[in-house]
Write a protein that binds this ligand. Sequence first.
Ligand SMILES: Cc1cc2nc3c(=O)[nH]c(=O)nc-3n(C[C@H](O)[C@H](O)[C@H](O)COP(=O)(O)OP(=O)(O)OC[C@H]3O[C@@H](n4cnc5c(N)ncnc54)[C@H](O)[C@@H]3O)c2cc1C
Length: 458
Amino acid sequence: MYNVAIIGAGPAGIFAALEVTKLRPDWKVILVEKGQKIENRKCPLREGSPKCINCRRCGLLCGWGGAGAFSDGKLTLTPDVGGHLVDYMSRQNAEELIDYSDKLYLDFGATEEVFGTDMKTFQELEHQAVLAELKLVHSPVRHLGTERSLDVLKAMQDYLNERITILNNVSADSLIVECEQVKGIKLSNGETICAEYTIIAPGREGADWLTQEFAKHKIGMVNNAVDVGVRVELPAPVFEPLTSKLYESKLIYHSPTFGDEVRTFCMNPNGEVVQENYSGIATVNGHSYANYKTPNTNFALLVSEKFTEPFKEPIQYGQHIARLANMLGGGILVQRFGDLLDGRRSTPERIKASVITPTLTCATPGDLSLVIPYRQMTSIKEMLFALDKVAPGTASRYTLLYGIEVKFYSARVKLTNELETEGVKNLFAIGDGAGVTRGLIQASASGVHVARTICSRG
Ligand SMILES: Cc1cc2nc3c(=O)[nH]c(=O)nc-3n(C[C@H](O)[C@H](O)[C@H](O)COP(=O)(O)OP(=O)(O)OC[C@H]3O[C@@H](n4cnc5c(N)ncnc54)[C@H](O)[C@@H]3O)c2cc1C
């Protein structure tokens, strides 16, 4: 019998484990992760395979460190970005949790430098953004870089390995619930784990599983917005005035035609565009390295849609659009902005005749207007023209758009302020999979929050 069982070794699950072991070193804790240990995680695409081979468990997203492991570890140190923690607690409490989690990253070897703390520079840029009808969000960033991020996660794995039971390559298949109280989990290897408390942290990759499991136990879910868009890649000098000062600029725009919110997300100065695989669907993302620089900068442009009754399947909606892009391009599509405006597909020749070389070489030149709905496409175009005012060159005909990028954090679990499910006692849901967070630091902080709650109950 364990005191605590944790599902998923992403930042949310790891930080829950770190905090429980700190507060209750005498407790028995088990962490179940369906992917590999950090040192065994592999992505054939990262190792030179020309195409994503649709691994059964995507090495980029699954395994110790979760989706964050191969990310370039940008810790966005504000409750305004990367999650909804302030919906469950006071802003002050969320800030304290973020600060505490940030310090834990430092204890395990994170870099000291934080970008975006100079308020005078921020206000100057904010002023320029306002003139282009854009809102610049203040978000200091600690940038680890992918290599450092892996080292930090390895240090956490080594630390926890001596204190808790960690199962790799085993997934949680189902929850055991009796008399409206969780009793443990059934694993894919046939084992049953009995535990007083269960924390579910399966990330976006496990969001579908979580939704199905919670439906079985009649745990309420509310529709989140679904974010669909593209990854933009352009020459690094175009965004250099912003990235050199802030590293990542979070810009929000309301498109004139539809009034939808469009935002920049996950900006990677001198980074590269990558392909990821969500349950067999190829989608696009990006990251950057601390010690290896490309001449390009990339970021996502995401359009948020919140559906109203009777539609209840935002995850499927996002998947459907991604599948369409996969169908046309055999994976990821890439198109020059100029070709999109001219109503023609990009071709390998047109891509070659550009001032920018794509970093995701396996993307197929094509036509995104055949894939992305008119509403989102219009908002993306309008945002690119608005960005062009603060970073001239953004709306260049050479700017590359990769599709599609979609964020499947759509279903949000109905939770108490302690992040315990409404209806099943002692069951907690945290991180991106529960729809509570959207980024590393808030996912980590959500883990600390539930660990403190559980430990205070004794
Ligand atoms: C390429 C990329 C770059 C990113 N860059 C940044 C960034 O710079 N800054 C930032 O703040 N955020 C970034 N993110 C987002 C960030 O990684 C996530 O917000 C964060 O990892 C969410 O943490 P989590 O613990 O909730 O889930 P995850 O990190 O997704 O971890 C969930 C884990 O649970 C496991 N799992 C799922 N289902 C089961 C099951 N049934 N049984 C057992 N295990 C299961 C999965 O294998 C996975 O390892 C990036 C994401 C990607 C993909």
